[in-house]
Design a protein around this ligand. Structure first.
Ligand code: PLP
Length: 365
């Protein structure tokens, strides 16, 4: 039998999560964020499945948009980092792109481009830095840019910002950002965009004309489970990562497992070797004790993560045999729970899943 390692993507769960998020903010339009290959879930497949339920897609950079167009996706695509070089603007109309403009250099490229004002109509988003200090024009330049470039500021130009702390229980930073942003731009009647998933869920004021939804659509809550104080929505898990047991052995008390002999059995133990490793995107720094799920029970990782294999202590499993399926995260074991043991977040586990892991789709009717 060939290697059984697989990531199963539940497309109907993505739809349910999307509906749930949209129900929180029913008068907003949805920008479905499908950057990083739809957070590892397969951008073209996911985009095709939700195309009728959303208003546009967003990706980080130009090549990600071209990939979607080559696979038949038709809705407008917003490029969140704007153009990286002047030449990309030449594809604006043919690839039906919208640009997030955040630097003077990009404004200069727009000015030098052949694009007419009517071609740019409804394609420009301007990003302002309300306190994340990563991308965007400073807030105080809103008026000046609008006066200096009136031809780029039509009634469909979206004025956007991004929140640094919307996923945190402490609300002060987010409230400050939203206030600073709205104070400058609200009087003008431009469509606005503030919220990512966390903003949409936790901050009513962040829900504006366009919500940019990513992680929650993929079934992982952006909130720390320990500090979520009731903000947890009933999101459906989307990605289930599984691999099979390819070897089983009983080792004596005191024997060690894996590279570096870092784990020593405190008692006679049954060790299951599972066909997935860091080359598949499972983090090498996952410590002993990181959970997986097998035969209705949680089992702890023991010893170091290898390139192609993991080892688990299955001594406590009543019934275990070669070929049994181990779930690394997914429907039975929340990705955020696993991420917490590894010292990372669901976003990283999802997006680092490597190309070597086949994606299988369910829930497409
Ligand atoms: C990735 C991204 C999003 C989506 O964020 P989630 O936390 O995944 O919902 C929204 N806006 C911008 C600018 C992004 O880069």
């Amino acid at each position: 039998m060939s290697r059984q390692t697989v990531a199963t993507i539940d497309l109907s769960a993505i739809e349910k999560n999307l509906c749930l998020l949209q129900s929180l903010s029913p008068s907003s339009q949805t920008v479905a964020v499908v950057k990083a290959d739809a957070y590892g879930s397969g951008a073209a497949r996911v985009a095709k499945h939700i195309e009728k339920r959303v208003d546009m897609f967003a990706v980080a950079f130009f090549e990600e948009a071209r990939h979607l167009r080559e696979r038949g996706i038709k809705l407008p695509i917003l490029i969140l980092q704007g153009p990286h070089e002047y030449q990309e603007l030449g594809f604006t109309v043919s690839l039906n792109l919208c640009w997030m403009i955040h630097t003077d250099e990009q404004l200069g490229w727009l000015d030098n481009s052949e694009l007419s004002h009517s071609q740019l109509e409804s394609r420009l988003w301007f990003k302002f830095d309300s306190g994340m200090h990563r991308l965007g024009f400073t807030m105080d330049r809103f008026r000046q840019l609008k006066d200096e470039y009136p031809h780029y500021f039509s009634s469909s130009t979206v004025i956007a910002t991004h929140l640094a702390c919307a996923d945190e229980a402490e609300r002060e930073h987010t409230v400050k950002q939203i206030t600073a942003f709205l104070e400058q731009v609200q009087t003008e009647n431009f469509p606005l965009s503030i919220a990512n998933s966390a903003g949409t869920i936790a901050h009513t004021q962040a829900r504006q004309e366009y919500n940019r939804l990513g992680i929650a659509m993929y079934g992982s809550s952006p909130f720390d489970p320990l500090v979520s104080d009731g903000k947890q929505l009933q999101l459906q898990p989307v990605v289930t990562l599984q691999a099979n047991i390819i070897a089983l052995r009983t080792i004596k008390k005191g024997d060690t497992v894996g590279y570096g002999a870092t784990w020593r059995a405190p008692r006679e133990s049954v060790i299951a070797t599972v066909a997935i490793g860091y080359a598949d995107g499972y983090p090498r720094h996952a410590p002993t004790g990181t959970p997986a799920f097998c035969n209705k029970q949680r089992i702890p990782l023991v010893g170091r993560v290898s390139m192609d294999m993991l080892t688990f202590d299955v001594t406590e499993l009543r019934d275990v045999k070669i070929d049994d399926v181990v779930e690394l995260w997914g429907a039975n074991l929340s990705i955020n729970d696993v991420a917490q043991h590894i010292g990372t977040i669901g976003y990283e586990l999802m997006t680092r899943l490597s190309a070597r892991v086949p994606r299988q789709y369910i829930g497409a009717e």
